[in-house]
Design a protein around this ligand. Sequence first.
Ligand code: SAH
Length: 224
Amino acid sequence: MPTNLKLKDEYEIPRERMVTLLREHYKIADGNVLRVMSEVPRHLFVPEALKSQAYKDNALPIAANQTISQPFIVARMTELLELAPESKVLEIGAGSGYQTAILARLANKVFAIERVPQLAAEAQERLQKLGIQNVTLRCGDGTNGWETYAPFDGILVAAGSPTIPEPLVNQLEIGGRLVIPIGQDQKSQNLIRVIRMPQGFQTENFGACAFVPLIGEHGWRNNQ
Ligand code: SAH
């Protein structure tokens, strides 16, 4: 993990404001999550024309009709993963690569999957430019997980699924956490955390959220 990400750039003030909002309004309490969000330059993950909006409290459009998640959602999902420096994480729906960068700063190794080739290529390039070396990213359907590198301490899915994809829970380490938006409607979900226990699974609901659809074999079968 590079240690020189803390940039002195023209976005330092809005970035600090974003972190203050996360801490004070959204009650994000994990100091490590807040620290990495003050370090990663979010403006480098949004389209050029939207740079000035990069630190606002909302999702923004990226290529291929997809979105970069709202900073609060990134912080909340990351916090729910309860990562440690030695953690191995799987991320599904890398999109811009912003969430990937956050995970890479907190975990030992991140495996990321993105379905849209253009987004996967751009995310890869951004991560490389930032000197982030502990990410392996591939293009494909993430609903099957990534058996080669399983089991994972954490799995984060950044797109909404009608049901919990079976391969993902099977690729969790005992004590491992899956954080995923689940909803029968393609436009609204609940943020769900599944923890793999020695016997069975524990499921918690963290409330309403809205993500783009998870499209694949164990998600939505098409983009209707
Ligand atoms: N964390 C990303 C969110 C991107 S939006 C960010 O903040 O930039 C969700 C992403 O999931 C989209 O890029 C979409 O293409 C991707 N996606 C949807 N279904 C997928 C699947 N089955 N496998 C991998 N990625 C998928």
